[in-house]
Write a protein that binds this ligand. Structure first.
Ligand SMILES: Nc1ncnc2c1ncn2[C@@H]1O[C@H](COP(=O)(O)OP(=O)(O)OP(=O)(O)O)[C@@H](O)[C@H]1O
Ligand SMILES: [Mg+2]
Length: 232
């Protein structure tokens, strides 16, 4: 087992927003977490990778209890989080952002091959290599953020709504890229509002409602589920 989240409670000051979250991700598995706005998906991801301290429960990663460890420590262990908001350095160029991602996890050998891989997945980044990240369009910035994650060669990639604000064509492209990342052996925990896309990609799906995980199901069951929309 790569990741095990056990009875996680997360609060902002006094207010609890995640209640007893229980989930797991196997090595190399593609898992989706879906749910309505404000359900607590982002909060849960942040608590898993160390941006928030849970008030109860445990996060076990590669057999080690990492509850409360910082994101900087976790990323070096291959646990990488692409945030819903901007997770790029606005005043650096596209190339500098990508290089920095590799340096941050001290994985600089084979950097050029990985860079070429990212450029082949996102040709627009190659075209705009020297442009400041801040001046990229919203969709291009999303692609850069995912590109940076690829350069980090994570074992587990947490993605928070990577398709938000992308055009339908880019959503399709990104779906293909995620499939490819998954085939390279990276486990993915994908948070998505785009339920159709999430269910089509993931092997297993969790549904979250008002701070609780209310359902876990396989891809095969999920695509035939008639009352899917009742869950929201
Ligand atoms: N920094 C914060 N301080 C206080 N409350 C917060 C904070 N961040 C989020 N919340 C609240 O916690 C709840 C869960 O928010 P969260 O961002 O985790 O939801 P989400 O499922 O990611 O929603 P969305 O799909 O809109 O991104 C919401 O009610 C939100 O208002
Ligand atoms: Mg969110």
């Amino acid at each position: 087992m790569l990741l095990e989240v056990k009875s996680l409670d997360v609060c902002y000051q006094e207010k609890q927003v995640v209640f007893g979250a229980l989930l797991h991700v196997q090595v190399g598995e593609f898992v989706a977490l879906i749910g309505h706005n404000g359900a607590g998906k982002t909060t849960l991801l942040k608590a898993i990778c160390g941006f928030l301290k849970p008030s109860n429960g445990e996060v076990i990663y590669k057999g080690k209890n990492i509850t409360g460890l910082s994101p900087a420590v976790n990323v070096k262990e291959g646990l990488c989080f692409v945030q819903q908001e901007k997770s790029i350095f606005p005043n650096l160029s596209v190339l500098e952002n990508l290089q920095l991602a590799a340096y941050a996890v001290e994985k600089t050998s084979g950097l050029n091959e990985r860079l070429e891989k990212v450029y082949s997945l996102f040709p627009v980044l190659k075209d705009r290599e020297k442009q400041l990240a801040d001046t990229l369009s919203g969709g291009q910035q999303k692609q850069l953020a995912v590109g940076m994650a690829i350069l980090m060669q994570p074992e587990l990639l947490l993605l928070d709504e990577p398709t938000l604000g992308l055009s339908p064509n880019l959503v399709k492209d990104l779906g293909g890229v995620l499939e490819e990342i998954s085939k390279m052996g990276t486990a993915i925990l994908l948070v998505e509002q785009n339920v159709k896309m999430a269910i089509s990609l993931a092997e297993r799906v969790y549904v979250m409602r008002t701070g609780q995980i209310i359902l876990e199901d396989t891809h095969a069951h999920m695509i035939t589920r008639e009352n899917l929309w009742d869950l929201f």
